[in-house]
Every structure is written in C-alpha cells, then in structure tokens.
Design a protein around this ligand. Sequence first.
Ligand code: SAM
Length: 388
Amino acid sequence: MDVVDEKYADRFDGKDDRGDYALVGLYQAALDPRPNQRYWIQCPDGTFAIPPGNTFPAEIADGVNAIPQSSEDRVWRWSFDSYLKKKDLIVFKKTAKSPLQTPDRSQSSWNVYTKYYLEDRLEEGIRPRDFLDDITNDRGTADLKPLGLNDVFTFPKPVDLLTRIMTWIADPAALCVDFFAGSGTMGQAVFEINQLDGGHRRFVLVQLPEPTENQQFPTIAEITKERLRRAIRKIKKENQMFPGDLGFRVFKLDSSNIRSWDPNPENLEQSIRAHIEHIKMDRTEDDILYELLIKLGLDLCVPIEKRLIAGKTVHSIGDGVLMVCLAETITREEVEPFAQGLVVWHKELAPTGETTCIFRDSGFASDVVKTNLAAVLEQSGIRNLRSL
Ligand SMILES: C[S@@+](CC[C@H](N)C(=O)[O-])C[C@H]1O[C@@H](n2cnc3c(N)ncnc32)[C@H](O)[C@@H]1O
C-alpha cells in the first residue's frame, strides 16, 4: 500500500487507465519567458491558442514557436519539444475565462492543462503543501499516556506528526534520523508506520544523557529507551502477527577501545612491553566488536551470533562475513580443536562473500599457535586473518 496524505490524494480527482491524476494549467502566469516555450497549440475545434504577449510565431500551426522579446511575452510550462512528445497528457477545457489568446489577439475559448499522476508523485516523494493544523501538540502527551510515561517528559511531539512527515518521503526503507530524540517519538513513529504500510524504515535517535529530576529515569536518554521498549510492547500486543522488525540497539559515545601508541622516549622498552596488550582494560568484548564494525564500515544493525568453540567465544557478524574471537588465551593444545570448530561453523554459515577472521594478538600463546590456526583456516578457504 502506498501511504499518501488523504488531503493531498483528494486533489487527484481525474481517473484514466493509468490511474488517478490532477490537472495543472500548461500556462502559468508566474513563469519567466524562455525561448522554447511560446508556441501555438491547436485546440479541439481547430482554433489556436498561445499565452498572453505581443510576439507571435511566423506560422500559425501546432507547436510552432516564437522567441519571446520581452517579459510581456508569456510562455507555457513545457518546451514545444515536450509538448509535441507528450500530447497524450494534454487536456483541453472550454472556458469563458481563458487567459490564452488566439491568432487574431482575441481571448481563446479554451484553456490547456496537463495530467499529473498521483503514482508519479508517490515515486518522487510528496511535497508538503498545507500548513498542518489537524495535529495539535497536546496529542504528544496523549500518546505517552497509554505507555504510562505522560508525566516524565514535557512537550513531546505527536506520533502522527512524524508519521505524516514520513509519508512525504516515498522511500519505504528510509533512514529517519532525530538528533534531538527527547522522548523518542520518532522511533515509535517509525515502528507504527512500518506496521501500517509494510515498510522497513529504520531510525537513528541521538539523545544526551541530560539529567532529569525523575528518580526512575535519571536522564532523558533513559526516557528515550524506555519509551521505545514500551511502544514495542504495545505494538506487539495490538498486532501479534506483525512480522516487521521491532528492535533497537543502544550505543554510547566513547573513546576508542584501543590505546594509542604514545611511547615514553626515555624508556622505550617499557613502552613496548606496556603496549603488548593495547586493548583498554575496562572494555568488554561487545565494545571491541562494535568498534570493529565501525572501522570495517559494517552496518551496526547486522545480525550477530555467538558460539562457544573449544571453550572460546566466537562471534559471527553478518552471517559469517566477519568472525571474531577475542579470547585472551589460545594455547598450543587448544588451537587445533578450536580451528576445526571454527571451520565447521563457517561451513554451516556458508557466507556469500569472503570471510574475515579477527583475533586478539596477545591471546596467542606463541607465533606457532597463530601460524597453526592460519594454516587450518586457509585449508578451508579462510585467508583473511587479522589480529588486533
Ligand atoms: C524538545 S526535545 C525533543 C522532543 C522530541 N521530538 C519528542 O517528541 O520527545 C529536544 C531534545 O534535544 C536535546 N538537546 C538539546 N540541545 C542539544 C544539543 N546541543 N545536542 C544534542 N541534544 C540536544 C535535549 O536533551 C532534548 O531532549
């Protein structure tokens, strides 16, 4: 189903085999004169019409052009080339109020229009035309009520306001970004409109952990997350069959997980030793994993699976496109069963592209262990090995 503003769709009141269309005058008074846009058009009764002005084509025939000589020589919206090619879109209407003139400078009894199809507009995206006066701000608070959050955030935007704005953008896979997410209305609106039209829009919400006076939600960012969770629960309850995605991941901005190389020139040996483990101590595997995704340019929403192989946690990202093990130790005894297990899982995943495997360099008990692992993986076609 295409989503379209009802008021906007009502304007397309004509219908033919191709669909709903609106008529737009081919002559528009506001157009600036252009060389190819002042020509005769032959009307259904055989008479000719042209926009107002003083310069006329040398010959009275359909599509014959005159170059405007002053701003008084008005023009059609289309060049004569377009007119001759797209005559099937032209509609004539008899009128006593025509702005057009005839070869003898009298008022034409016709006006000329072009058909403007709703379908084409939907493809291009819809330009908002009206001042929105049917969605009032108090609806934003009313939207938070069924989620039990109406007392925790002042002046949230109404969900309908955002779904309406989304209908102006034709792309059903649009990425909707709100840098000032507040109560997270945009996220709920994306879930709801996807549910309505089967789209798969996504959202990025950004919110500072701005302190609140609410003990339950000490920052605005906490409200944003909770609103999304409750909106998801509500949608799932109301529409248990909804097959679309109703999830989100939360990231907090931080410095890199990898310590920068900042040696002490007075004691290089100590600096080198201190850098053997260059991943910051307080970081989790997830932290490192997501930094890898960013560095490799992978989508932060790719599916991630975890499996224990020979006692080591391995992550498969994007169905095996990337396989990461950040184990802190892989010994000589462990490496063989570990490598074999990795190969088995890789075969199961059967990734479409080449796989990159990433390990923690300091995790290998020795270079031999690392070489052995590389050899087993290579036999199975995994040649892209990297260590952190
Ligand atoms: C008016 S609220 C947005 C309301 C939201 N549309 C809703 O429906 O709930 C604006 C938000 O932007 C955040 N904000 C304000 N200044 C900011 C800045 N300079 N950078 C990032 N966020 C900011 C505030 O924390 C506040 O939550």
